[in-house]
Design a protein around this ligand. Structure first.
Ligand SMILES: Cc1cc2nc3c(=O)[nH]c(=O)nc-3n(C[C@H](O)[C@H](O)[C@H](O)COP(=O)(O)OP(=O)(O)OC[C@H]3O[C@@H](n4cnc5c(N)ncnc54)[C@H](O)[C@@H]3O)c2cc1C
Length: 468
């Protein structure tokens, strides 16, 4: 669709996806009349940084990956390149809990595959039988078809039950807050299926990659060297985009209640406006469970597909301590807790070890994640109940004495879309419905990646498609 320069565009949703879309219009077609409608009283959606007592608390996302370009490039275009900070090089390792104690994840174990065999052989996290089963991965014939399968099925098939339960499940849960029995491999970590296909085994694939990789410090867990954040917090990104948009184009406290279509004109009703506003094109960048009822009068099938994307929620409890209160040396990026440990804690990030500017000297900032698909009730538990529960489980893990110097609790119910088996097919069906609705595009974490770079890419692509 090629828009005439004076045409009117509405972006619904002021999270990073909607902001990226509005910003792209501003970059490519500054003459277009874009209006951004946000239900809440601030922009950024789940992105939120707070500063208190010298601590910098990221209330949700705390960094982004740079193996895909979109977030990095946006930061560069916004003039934020000199504010990008890498993770602390001294402690790029992860701990994992086994029977209430912290153990170092085997060096070189990246998400679901070992790059080094010796650390796997000597780790106390797995039993001798569990290790033997993981080693057999080398010989297990690859699955060569293209059908989807759940993360649990894939990892058990390749590495065995124990490696799944003790190593992979907690690492992946910490990122996707998902039920591993339902999470789609193809929609999340498809590169591991590709590795299986191409090399016949994950171990072979990893060894091949290591041979062709420049030597550097060995990492474990996530690929920490690939992540960056912004020195003044990720809200800087929201502020920098906002500063580029004409102030009159932003409507806060304006939840859209209805969408209608009349010929080529899109009509939307913001709460309290009293009348529909008319636009030539629309980008809907709200969570799928919010978009579904809005789009039901336009296309019931599209609305039904959107409504079937499930969401999980988390709460993040950020705790500031004097380093002297913490018995554990915190010589890593954080700890993940397998669900078989039956703890309310999914993971705890050693936030100021990961990025040292986040706490004053002599202090430490810990970010504890609870909830997810397995324990959704924790995402909404009242603070007065949640804090004691978290502290009761965190204290023995990290040998903490005394009370935190401060605490910040952020609740994020129904914010993490769950890419269940079949998600990619659902997204293809959604695309097919959207193709029949000229002038309507969708963006957001519900579709092609939950990470910030993917959300930015989705927003920018929607704007580019509208501009033709
Ligand atoms: C706890 C947590 C930690 C995360 N950590 C990371 C991380 O470290 N790195 C990373 O890359 N990603 C991370 N993510 C993922 C990433 O932050 C999100 O996927 C991304 O920010 C989602 O952006 P969005 O714009 O699609 O949606 P949202 O941020 O949900 O924004 C949607 C917006 O739409 C608005 N809205 C809803 N309904 C309406 C309506 N009817 N009318 C108008 N407006 C409406 C909402 O108020 C909201 O502002 C994390 C996510 C969470 C929840």
């Amino acid at each position: 669709m090629n828009l005439h320069k004076s045409q009117r565009i509405a972006v619904i949703g002021g999270g990073i996806s909607g902001l990226a879309a509005a910003h792209r219009f501003q970059e490519l077609a500054p003459q277009s009349q874009v209006t951004l409608f946000e239900a809440g009283s601030r922009l950024g959606g789940v992105l939120s940084t707070v500063h208190r007592d010298g601590f910098q608390v990221e209330q949700s996302s705390d960094n982004f990956i740079t193996t895909v370009p979109w977030a990095l490039e946006l930061c560069q275009r916004l003039g934020l390149a000199d504010q990008l900070v890498q993770t602390n090089t001294n402690c790029r390792r992860t701990f994992v809990v086994r029977r209430g104690r912290l153990y170092k994840l085997p060096d070189g174990f990246l998400m679901m595959a070992p790059t080094q065999l010796w650390p796997m052989a000597v780790t106390p996290i797995l039993s001798p039988l569990g290790k033997l089963r993981a080693a057999l991965e080398y010989f297990i014939p690859p699955r060569l078809d293209d059908d989807d399968e759940s993360m649990a099925q894939f990892v058990r098939r390749r590495l065995g039950r124990e490696t799944f339960d003790r190593l992979v499940e907690p690492l992946i849960s910490a990122v996707y807050a998902a039920d591993m029995e339902k999470l789609s491999v193809k929609a999340t970590l498809s590169r591991f299926r590709e590795m299986e296909k191409q090399h016949g085994s994950l171990i072979r694939a990893m060894r091949h990659q290591m041979k062709h990789k420049p030597t550097g410090k060995v990492e474990s867990g996530a690929r920490y060297s690939m992540f960056v954040t912004l020195s003044a917090g990720l809200s800087t990104l929201v502020d920098a985009i906002t500063a580029k948009l004409p102030p009159e184009s932003i409507r806060l406290n304006s939840p859209i209640e209805k969408i209608e279509r009349s010929g080529n004109v899109w009509r939307i009703l913001p709460a309290g406006a009293g009348q529909f506003l008319e636009f030539d094109a629309l980008i809907v960048a709200v969570p799928a469970h919010r978009a579904s009822p809005l789009l039901a009068p336009i296309d019931a099938e599209l609305a039904s597909e959107l409504g079937q994307i499930e969401y999980s929620g988390t709460a993040i409890v950020s705790l500031g301590y004097d380093l002297k209160q913490v018995g554990h040396p915190l010589d890593g990026m954080g700890v993940v807790v397998p669900s078989i440990e039956k703890s309310p804690i999914l993971a705890c990030s050693f936030s100021s070890q990961k990025y040292t500017h986040r706490a004053p000297a002599g202090k430490t900032l810990l970010r504890v994640f609870v909830g997810g698909a397995q324990r959704p009730e924790l995402a909404e538990m009242p603070d007065a109940q949640l804090l004691p529960l978290v502290l009761a489980h965190l204290r023995p893990l990290l040998r903490i004495e005394g009370e935190p110097e401060f605490c910040d609790i952020a609740h994020w119910p129904r914010t993490m879309p769950q890419y269940h088996v079949g998600h990619l097919e659902r997204v293809a069906r959604i695309d097919a419905r959207l193709a029949l609705l000229p002038g309507l595009k969708m963006a957001g974490s519900a579709f092609r990646g939950v990470g910030l770079p993917d959300c930015i890419h989705g927003g920018e692509r929607a704007a580019e498609q509208i501009l033709g």
